[in-house]
Design a protein around this ligand. Structure first.
Ligand SMILES: [Mn+2]
Length: 324
C-alpha cells in the first residue's frame, strides 16, 4: 500500500480554510485538493495552462465568497454555519512530467481513498479532465454504489488517444470500468469533440444517460434529475466547457450553446439535498484566458459553494445524518 505523502501548500487557501499538507493532520469532513496534472498526450504542451487553475480559483476566494458569515442568497443560508467544522484545504499535488505517471496517479488515489474511508466529502480543483481518473479510482473506498453526474460539452469516452489512457479525453470511459460506479448521467453535450460514432455507441450500450445542451434548453432539468437514483451516492465532475462560454470563457475548447449557471446551480442543489455527493471536481479552467475579471474562476467557486452549502446546511439531512 502506498503511504501518504505530504502535498504542496497553495499560494493561498480556498476561502479561509486551514491548509494542512501533512497527512498526520488529515482528519476532515470536507477535504479540498488541487490536482495539477493528468497523463499528458504527446501533442500537448506540458505543463498545460489548466495546471495553474487550482491556485487561480483559490485566488478568487474573496470574489466568490466575500465573507462566509454573510447570507448567501443562492443557497438560503450562510456558509459559515452550514459547513461542518472540519473542512480543510490539503494543498496541491503536482508532477514533474518525468518518470512514471502511474506512481503520481496512485499517490492521488491513496490520498482520496484516505478521506473516503473517513466518510469525508472530497472537492478537487483540476487540472484538465484527466485528473478525474485517479480520483474515481478511489471510489471503492466510499463503500456503496456511486452514480456519476458529468457536465461537459464532450463525451470524454475515448479508451485511448495515442496510447494514453488517462488523459482528458478518457475519464468517463475509464469510470465506466470501475466496479463502484453504478451508473452515469452526462449533460451539456454539443458540437464536436474527441468522440466518434463508436464512443457514442459504447456510452449508450453501457447505459449512460446522455443529454445534449439543446435538450436541456428545450426541456429543462427534470428529465436529468430523473436519471439519478434518489438516495444513491453521487460523484460530480464538472468540465468548465460544459457551461456556456459567455459564463465560463476561460477554457481550452469554448463551445457555443452551453449550460447556464441558472440551470446548473439549482440542479446541483437538488441533487445535493437528496443524494450524498461524496465528491466533486471542477476541471479544464484555463487561467490564461480568464480576462473578464476572473469570471471563470468565480463561477467555479460559486458552483462549489452551491454544492457544499446544499449538502450540509440545515435543510439537508443527507450528510448531517451521517454525522449525528
Ligand atoms: Mn471533459
Amino acid at each position: 500500500m502506498t503511504s501518504l505523502q505530504p502535498t504542496t501548500a497553495p499560494a493561498r487557501p480556498f476561502l479561509d480554510w486551514p491548509v494542512i499538507t501533512d497527512p498526520v493532520g488529515w482528519n476532515a469532513d470536507i477535504a479540498l485538493l488541487g490536482i495539477q496534472h493528468s497523463e499528458p498526450y504527446a501533442h500537448d504542451p506540458f505543463p498545460n495552462d489548466q495546471s495553474r487553475a487550482p491556485d487561480a480559483i483559490r485566488a478568487k476566494s474573496e470574489s466568490f465568497c466575500y465573507n462566509p458569515a454573510h447570507w448567501d442568497f443562492d443557497t438560503g443560508s450562510d456558509l459559515a454555519s452550514s459547513l461542518p467544522p472540519r473542512h480543510i484545504d490539503i494543498g496541491n499535488v503536482g508532477w514533474s512530467g518525468k518518470g512514471d505517471y502511474g506512481n503520481y496517479a496512485a499517490a492521488i488515489t491513496a490520498r482520496v481513498r484516505h478521506f473516503w474511508r473517513q466518510g469525508a466529502q472530497i472537492v478537487v480543483l483540476g487540472g484538465d479532465h484527466g485528473v478525474t481518473i485517479p480520483v474515481v479510482d478511489a471510489l471503492d473506498a466510499v463503500g456503496e454504489p456511486v452514480h456519476i453526474l458529468h457536465i461537459d460539452a464532450h463525451l470524454d469516452w475515448r479508451e485511448e488517444v495515442g496510447g494514453v489512457r488517462r488523459g482528458y479525453s478518457n475519464p468517463l470511459q475509464w469510470a465506466s470500468k470501475i466496479k463502484a460506479v453504478s451508473g452515469m448521467t452526462q449533460i451539456g453535450l454539443r458540437a464536436i469533440g474527441s468522440a466518434r460514432r463508436q464512443e457514442i455507441e459504447a456510452a449508450r450500450s453501457y447505459g449512460s444517460h446522455l443529454f445534449s445542451a439543446e435538450q436541456i434548453h428545450a426541456d429543462g432539468m427534470d428529465a436529468v434529475l430523473a436519471t439519478i437514483p434518489r438516495g444513491c451516492a453521487v460523484y460530480l465532475t464538472i468540465d468548465a466547457d460544459g457551461l456556456d462560454p459567455t459564463e465560463m470563457p476561460a477554457v481550452m475548447a469554448p463551445t457555443p450553446g452551453g449550460i447556464y449557471f441558472r440551470q446548473l446551480a439549482p440542479l446541483l442543489r437538488k441533487v445535493a439535498r437528496s443524494n450524498r455527493i461524496v465528491g466533486m471536481d471542477i476541471v479544464e479552467v484555463a487561467p490564461s484566458f480568464d480576462f473578464a475579471n476572473g469570471l471563470t474562476c468565480i463561477m467555479a467557486g460559486r458552483l462549489i459553494l452551491n454544492v457544499l452549502s446544499a449538502s450540509w446546511n440545515q435543510g439537508s439531512t443527507v450528510w448531517r445524518s451521517t454525522r449525528n
